[in-house]
Ligand binder design. Structure first.
Ligand code: ZN
Length: 476
């Protein structure tokens, strides 16, 4: 029951954090007297995390011994909701590329677009602007660092699938002669260490520290420029990684290297909530949510000590059409996914080698199976990996009574969370582009006050620092 007490510990930490946050703002009605222009901005994207995921997570980490459902670490930082639709030619349901382009640049584009508009023209991102103003910049993600969300903040490409080209852009594309990101942490050696071009070597030659394990990253001197790639593509799922808290760890490491007098912009992505949801895998989705929750708990603590920092969290879209309860049954039973010893995908893969698959499944899921259930898995021994994974997910969906409507995305609005300096600018119902507009506006009013790039390498957006966002939130 180690995992259980771990969850409970986080719950109490979250509640303490929540109280402290409220107390810090008690003498600052609406946060008005808090600094409105942050020195540091940390943008967190939880890929695929529609509202059902945050509710499911609250239930997942609930203490069943108390009558109330305990708040999650996200509950007291909720400030609004955002629409996510892409540019008109792509309809109402966005992909991660169009949504990330909207969040990064304030401009809606077509599904698949990385930092380019509908005419495939490059757009300036908030990370580019931060860099142009002399701030330090970075990203910490659990996907490959050239995946749609981080790529949209750093690069420009007509297609999210051009991973090799995107990796080259991470090195070749500069803002005022400087690399776009000082710190890049995530997966993706496959795209950076290639036969035709070794971008890792090029970054090292240009002064970057390189780390390919979490422990080596911990040894990098504070304040370095760092490239950290810890897997060929994406990082292992939280449940299978050597560090189940890998996102909070990478976030903490990134902040350590980014802190400086002129401020920093950091993009953090809980990339694999989306991947778990595409697979309709509730156990994996909640494990990724837990890593995100640890990250937010760390960031709450950080803002308490650094009130000049703004943290924003949102999702790019919802994935999977998750429902809490299914098939007319008013029940959701997360206790069946709280004690897994590995990801469902790994358990399904490994059961093929087990003498008694039913017993093996019971030991890996962490709860007793009846004889009929064990026989069901014994009979699956000869099935292939995909069939076994599908059967295990169906079994867990039945136990937990979890519903899914799609293997893709849905067009539902997503929640927006914010705390710290200037968080009040993100209240209420907004479009996802408003988040980028707000950040551009803050960068224009604050930061290092340095002159923006004289020879802008990228097309300027329609973000206008003089715009009154209250009367014209699009600022067009
Ligand atoms: Zn997705």
């Amino acid at each position: 029951m180690i995992r259980r007490s771990f969850l409970l510990a986080l719950t109490s930490a979250a509640m303490l954090g929540g109280c402290a946050y409220t107390a810090a703002n008690a003498d600052q009605p609406n946060g008005d007297s808090a600094p409105q222009v942050p020195k540091n901005i940390i943008m967190v994207v939880a890929d695929g995390m529609g509202p059902a995921f945050t509710t499911a997570y609250r239930n997942y980490q609930d203490d069943p011994d108390t009558p109330q459902v305990e708040s999650s670490v996200l509950d007291d930082i909720l400030v609004g909701a955002a629409s996510t639709y892409p540019a008109q030619e792509s309809g109402f349901v966005t992909d991660s590329a169009a949504a990330a382009t909207a969040l990064a640049t304030g401009i809606k584009s077509y599904n698949g677009a990385i930092g380019v508009d509908s005419d495939k023209q490059p757009l300036e991102s908030v990370m580019h602007r931060a860099k142009a103003q002399g701030m330090r910049t970075g990203l910490a993600v659990t996907s490959q660092i050239v995946h749609a969300t981080p790529a949209s903040y750093v690069a420009h490409n007509e297609s999210r699938h051009n991973y090799d080209e995107l990796a080259e852009s991470f090195f070749d594309f500069r803002v005022n002669g400087e690399f776009v990101a000082d710190v890049m942490l995530g997966g993706g050696t496959q795209f950076f260490e290639r036969k035709d071009r070794d971008l890792v070597a090029e970054f090292i030659d240009n002064g970057y520290e390189y780390a390919d394990t979490y422990n080596r990253l911990a040894a990098v001197p504070t304040g370095s420029q760092v490239l950290g790639l810890f897997a060929p593509v994406g990082l292992p799922p939280a449940l299978d990684d050597t560090r189940q808290n890998r996102l909070s760890y990478l976030t903490e490491q990134a902040v350590k290297h980014l802190e400086n007098d002129k401020g920093f912009f950091l993009l953090v992505e809980a990339s694999q909530v989306d991947w778990a949801a595409h697979a309709n895998d509730i156990a994996a989705a909640m494990a990724e949510m837990h890593d995100l929750a640890l990250t937010m708990a760390y960031l709450k603590d950080y803002v308490k000590q650094h009130p000049d920092t703004l943290v924003i969290l949102t999702a790019d879209h919802s994935t999977g059409g998750l429902t809490i309860g299914a098939d007319g049954d008013y029940r959701w039973s997360p206790e069946y996914i709280q004690n897994l010893k590995a990801s469902t995908r790994a358990i399904a893969a490994n059961m093929g080698e087990a003498d008694k698959p039913g017993e093996f499944i019971a030991s890996q899921l962490g709860f007793e199976l009846n004889d009929e259930e064990k026989r069901h898995f014994d009979d699956l021994k000869k099935a292939n990996k995909v069939e076994r994974y599908t059967a295990l997910k169906a079994f867990i969906d039945g136990k937990t009574n979890t519903g899914w409507t799609t293997s893709g995305h849905t067009g539902v609005d997503v929640e927006v969370f914010a705390f710290g300096a200037g968080a009040a600018a993100l209240a209420g119902k907004m479009d996802n582009t408003h988040i980028a507009h707000t950040i551009f506006s803050m960068l224009a009013r604050g930061g290092s006050q340095q002159q923006p790039a004289s020879e802008k390498p990228v097309k300027a957006t329609n973000s206008n620092p003089n715009c009154d966002y209250k009367s014209d939130w699009r600022c067009q």
